[in-house]
Write a new protein. Structure first.
Length: 154
């Protein structure tokens, strides 16, 4: 099956029922998307499909054929960080770091649809779990990135 991943058409040889997470990690070698729980509860596997944050561990690869899949690998580059990545660093969000790619992808989807989120909007959108408990830093980083994206101070 043909998948559009990070702007490239890629051929996946997996069974149609294989979760997108495993196609990304095992076939495409895009290991930034993490396996956490396997039941869509933790969010470590969050990617975008047509701009919407989805949990790739429970999404069959066949369900996203012909759609635009975006992974953490295309959020920013080492030369030009996405404002969220810069804010994550400035606010010292990552502790162990395992959940962070999923957190960043969920936050990016939030800001794409709501460039000026309130604390309540952030709390509603950020359903990802973090064992390190950096939720207050995540909220601060999202506000910082939102300000940077609208031309304010970061």
């Amino acid at each position: 099956m043909q998948l559009n991943i990070n702007g490239e058409s890629r051929n996946a040889n997996a069974d149609a029922s294989t979760p997108l997470l495993w196609v990304l990690r095992d076939e495409m070698n895009l290991t930034g998307t993490k396996f956490g729980c396997g039941v869509a509860a933790c969010g470590a596997c969050t990617v975008h499909v047509n701009g919407q944050a989805i949990r790739s561990c429970v999404t069959p690869a066949s369900a996203v054929v012909g759609q635009k899949i975006t992974t953490i690998e295309s959020l920013g580059t080492s030369d030009k960080l996405h404002p969220l990545q810069a804010a994550w660093i400035a606010e010292q969000v990552p502790q162990c770091g395992y959940c962070q790619s999923g957190m960043l992808m969920a936050a990016a989807a939030l800001l794409a649809h709501n460039p000026h989120p309130s604390d309540a909007d952030i709390d509603d959108a950020m359903t990802n779990l973090c064992r390190c408990g950096t939720y207050q830093r995540v909220r601060a980083a999202i506000h910082r990135a939102a300000a940077a994206m609208k031309g304010g101070a970061a």
